[in-house]
Write a protein that binds this ligand. Structure first.
Ligand SMILES: Cc1cc2nc3c(=O)[nH]c(=O)nc-3n(C[C@H](O)[C@H](O)[C@H](O)COP(=O)(O)OP(=O)(O)OC[C@H]3O[C@@H](n4cnc5c(N)ncnc54)[C@H](O)[C@@H]3O)c2cc1C
Length: 367
């Protein structure tokens, strides 16, 4: 018999979707360090001239669905004693079932990968000359692997619209064949699209140092790339309450079986970015929603609604790309997901982004 108290850690897309699905069937408490949930597409905020506060949904709305909200920062998960501790006032919460959806830590550097990064990027954007634009991936893992290519092209178009057409736009990536992990054909399709829209790609660049004052990136092998505007995507790291707990795999990220149950504790479930690297999955909101659905179905004894399919689109004018990958084989221990690559124009891309947004908002109860 499953106990009635379910505690969900993390008020991002995965955590909120899980809480919404479990509400009414369990006594659900959602712990979040923020009062708001963000939709993934932070670049959209930037391109539409909005700051982070304009694209958030207040978590308070969930209380009408019977979800108890606790604002606070999780510092410790004591899975052996079924207790979670929060920083503020050393509060402790007991649970019968725990859903961990703490996402990934993203350093605040100038980028469009987190609300904190967005504010820093806005500053850089205003003060820089924007002649040589560089989007640099510092290391893997990071959220939504195709997104740096998407952001590079959208940045170039945005500058052009402002009458500040850049001299060059370059994506720098640490992998020799970026995205080949989800299929060589995905890598080839994205490289072809980038070349058609004039975005350069430097692959296999292991970043050693950024000199912000002189505008120079240096690789481990001594190669140098100059920039006027840099968008730096940091290597994401595991949330500290996971890496410092018994729930971590040797890589520091969550450790779970293919059914997303902790490898050590049956009453702990890990979903979304927190566990993706250990399962060999990319960090994707679609997979966080899948995780929420899968765990909620298991706990309520209902049929799952979602499959582990994910897509992160790459806008490239009339050569835009929507890769769609089925990660079911990957979850069954096979090496590569099955991906199809749709080539679309901007009009279709806008339609797809709107549909995606609606799906996300629907799953997190904000439609
Ligand atoms: C530019 C960009 C584009 C993207 N595009 C797509 C896309 O097209 N398709 C797609 O599928 N995915 C996309 N993603 C990825 C998607 O946003 C993430 O994979 C998704 O948000 C992961 O959900 P999550 O619930 O695991 O983590 P998050 O949404 O990051 O939520 C984690 C939550 O935990 C909270 N938290 C963290 N630590 C603590 C703590 N100690 N105590 C309390 N709370 C804590 C955080 O505040 C946050 O609310 C994109 C991401 C970016 C950056």
């Amino acid at each position: 018999m499953v106990g009635n108290r379910v505690v969900v850690l993390g008020g991002g897309v995965g955590g909120v979707a899980a809480a919404v699905r479990l509400a009414g069937k369990f006594q659900v408490t959602l712990v979040s360090k923020s009062d708001f949930v963000y939709y993934a597409d932070i670049p959209k905020l930037f391109f539409e001239g909005l700051d982070a506060s304009k694209a958030v949904w207040p978590l308070g709305r969930l209380e009408s669905a019977g979800i108890k909200l606790m604002r606070g920062s999780v510092t410790n998960i004591d899975a052996a004693n079924r207790v979670v501790r929060l920083a503020e006032g050393e509060r402790a919460i007991e649970y019968d079932q725990l859903v961990v959806a703490l996402g990934a830590n993203v350093d605040a550097k100038p980028h469009l990968w987190s609300p904190e990064g967005l504010n820093l990027f806005m500053d850089e954007f205003t003060k820089s000359a924007n002649r040589r634009v560089v989007v640099c991936v510092e290391g893997t893992p990071y959220r939504c692997p195709p997104a740096p290519f998407d952001v590079a092209h959208r940045l170039a178009s945005h500058l052009e619209k402002l009458g500040r057409k850049p001299e060059s736009v370059t994506v720098i990536h640490p992998e020799k064949q970026p995205l080949a992990g989800i299929g060589l054909h995905v890598y080839e399709a994205v490289m072809e699209s980038m070349s058609r829209v004039g975005v350069n790609v430097i692959a296999g660049f292991q970043l050693r140092e950024v000199n912000w004052d002189r505008g120079v990136l240096t690789s481990e092998s001594g190669e140098k790339v100059s920039f006027d505007l840099l968008h730096l995507i940091p290597k994401h790291t595991p949330p500290q309450p996971i890496s410092q707990s018994e729930l971590a795999a040797p890589n520091g990220w969550g450790s779970a079986n293919r059914d997303l149950r902790s490898t050590k504790y049956d009453d702990v479930h890990l979903i979304g970015d927190t566990v993706a690297p250990t399962l060999g999955l990319p960090m994707a909101g679609f997979l966080a929603l899948y995780g929420a659905d899968s765990v909620a179905s298991k706990l309520t004894g209902s049929q799952p609604r979602l499959t582990p399919e994910a897509s992160c689109p790459v806008e490239a004018s009339t050569n835009s790309i929507i890769p769609l990958c089925d990660f079911n084989p990957k979850l069954q221990g096979k090496p590569l997901p099955e991906c199809t690559v749709a080539r679309v124009d901007q009009r279709f891309m806008r339609f797809f982004r709107d549909l995606t947004r609606t799906k996300f908002l629907n799953e997190i109860g904000f439609s």
